[in-house]
Ligand binder design. Sequence first.
Ligand code: FES
Ligand SMILES: [Fe+2]
Length: 386
Amino acid sequence: MIHVTATESDAIRVIEAEAIPDRYARGWHCLGLAEKFKDGKPHTVNAFGQKLVVFCGEDGKINVLDAYCRHLGGDLSKGTVKGNEIACPFHDWRWGGDGRCKKIPYSRRVPLRARTAAWPTMEQDKLLFIWNDPEGNPPPPEVTIPRIKGVGQEDWTDWLWTETIVHTNCREIIDNVVDMAHFFYVHYSFPVYFKNIFEGHIATQIMKGKSRPDIAKPDADGNKMLGNTSVASYYGPSFMIDELTYHYEGFDLESVLINSHYPIDQNSFVLHSGIIVQRHPKLKGDAAEKVAQRLSRFILKGFEQDIEIWRHKARIDNPLLCEEDGPVYQLRRWYQQFYVDVADVTPEMTDRFEYEIDTTRPVEAWTREAEENLARQKAAAQGQPA
Ligand code: FES
Ligand SMILES: [Fe+2]
């Protein structure tokens, strides 16, 4: 019999993963373009492990309630908007946006305690947000979503918005905030600078990238893209605003990209992307729209690339990191603030934290890899084996 004694360095690393918490994040969550909910009909939204009804009253205010009627459980999202209230399809009880039953047409009186769950809503920059808080408190004024420059401006395109359902827990998408290396391997971009800043309810990723010679092609107008600068911040647990500047030969083009999600349940979420692009004088005709469309396709492809990874990967609480990885553990501590009671938020979750990755080694390795790819592509184009 052979006995093997594992020393510290040759012990097998075990993947740890606790059960996913049965709690949903506190914070503002975007449900998409507000316009979609203003058609006078109730909408079903599955979020936070529940079914919700979203409806817009005659007064133009969008309301969100638990979809199940407190009378006998009818589904309000299959009901009818009457005035400023949602009428249940079962016995016509009328529920207001504040969650209170306003009227029962066949009854003299509304019973006491006729109140259901209502989510605070906010309409801003043509988007609908709802505030989720397991403790039931209203949103503190300092925890908000900043206004997005460019929205509704003449010299910017309108929102190009997409929605996709993803079948995994939403922590996976948050990890992307600190994951520089996957941008090269999964998304075919080429980061050359990468920094994170976490503070309060905001987590920022600053990334500069250059075009990959083995991937990039000039755009339809022949403008050569040199690289990009991205400053992307999560405001709370689920809504990221990315100010993305593309550097072309001779000019810069600004765009804003939204990457947001809301949980359906613990194993799925709805992932949104939104894009607006500046109509730069250097761009002719509808070129800004075209850039937006191309960017949107690029983002959707990026989502598909991430989704393919998530579909097969394991949840891991103790990732094994190298020096050139970003601060995954610190990011997850930041993210944890949204899953505990306000009273239990600790300074280590919200204190300012900054970390810049030394990109010397990755840039060397990726330059070599891109050159090798390019040589192989050229050889293949000439019909020769590389
Ligand atoms: S179940 Fe809604 S009115 Fe009866
Ligand atoms: Fe990604």
